[in-house]
Design a protein around this ligand. Sequence first.
Ligand SMILES: Cc1ncc(COP(=O)(O)O)c(C=O)c1O
Length: 467
Amino acid sequence: MEERSEQAVLGRALELAVAFRHSLPHRHVGAVATLEELTAALGRPLAERGEDPVRVVDEIAAACERGLVASAGPRYFGFVVGGGLPASLAADWLVSAWDQDAGLYALGPAAAVAEDVTAAWLLDLLGLPEGTSVGFVTGGQMANFTGLAAGRHKVLAAAGWDVEEDGLSGAPPVTVLIGEGAHVTILSSLRMLGLGGRRAVRVAADEQGRMKTEALRDALAQVAGPAIVCAQAGNVNSGAFDPLDEIVDLAHQRRAWVHVDGAFGLWAAASPRTRTLLRGVEKADSWATDAHKWLNVPYDSGLAFVREPGAHRASLTLRADYLQRGSLAERNPSDWVPESSRRARGVPVYAALRSLGRAGVAALVERCCALARRAAGQFAARPGVRVLNDVVLNQVLVRFEGRGDGDALTKAVIARVQREGTCWLGGTRWRGQEAMRVSVSGWSTTEADMDRSVAAVLDAFAAESRS
Ligand SMILES: Cc1ncc(COP(=O)(O)O)c(C=O)c1O
């Protein structure tokens, strides 16, 4: 392609992207297009002849416009979703433009070194042990998979079994203990690792979703062989933290590996105000978190940490004659992730951390927590609205009650809020009841955004209470 034509298509993409970003605070927060509309807008037979790149980009933007969710904007409180900091987004564009294969040092030296530097910053920021190895993965799912793969390696190696070479047939059984509130991606990781989701021993949790230490003690007393304990730093609904300090001590007494799923909760370490929730976290063996959640790096960006680099590398590394390695000082990113060819995923994380600085990450965490408390206070002040959890972090669970069925009312309020479009919140079931989830994870949300959103939800509640 000629330089001029490349300039035209990249320039057009930039214009469209900037226009979309500027629309975020003003657009209907949920998508407005139907499935049929989007299928009609995007669908067509694959043409025999190629089309002009500028036209392709223009038409993609037009076809997708009404099917886009303003999840990168200031009033999206669904699931646990961060927004994409400007520096990080721009770095992500560079990553696409460079198109490095960041699997091996030889394929992308700059990408490998950016990962090394970023890894050291992350250990420091999150209070994890020096020397811990770090994998830049696609998300929390693969971060959990990576930590558990290293754990599976270690506990079976200690029992004299080489799981990477000999598989699980005939291996000593591995007992995995998880809290009742464990995230679903722990179960899918166990399935992918051949450890079985259903076989996991479920340890009772308290009313906030925290694993009960006594129940773990009892469960561990029944375990004879290799074992892995999965703890949670930040319940996906309530934001509650398992008592990590006690859990790690109990598990280590049994030589069990401890993996901590901190997909968003691990970022609490960045602020002195929330760090105490993570007491003892540094004693665990592996940790998972997401940069695309609370650090506000664009998708897809997860982080896996393993205390013992040997176990980490042994469980994932690739070896082939043509994958030639240089000196030991050179990082080969694919040693630490369940992938071979991959994008230079560390660079947008590097950019996010540099653009925020240590104080900026702390402020982001603190601001989101303060906004969650602000929302909880406003909801709780309205008769008929109940806040179901202790708001210790950035998550709030809200239930609406009136004359009739509280479950039906709560669902109806959520549906009305989503249709109205000022903000977007999703639902869940919490301890047998329907609830609305509020997750405050975006860098751009202000107090005014939160007040406007709470007002929209309370208007929806009023309207549904009348109907
Ligand atoms: C606690 C927890 N663990 C794991 C995940 C999975 O993360 P991802 O969707 O990035 O794979 C999530 C996602 O919300 C989560 O909240």
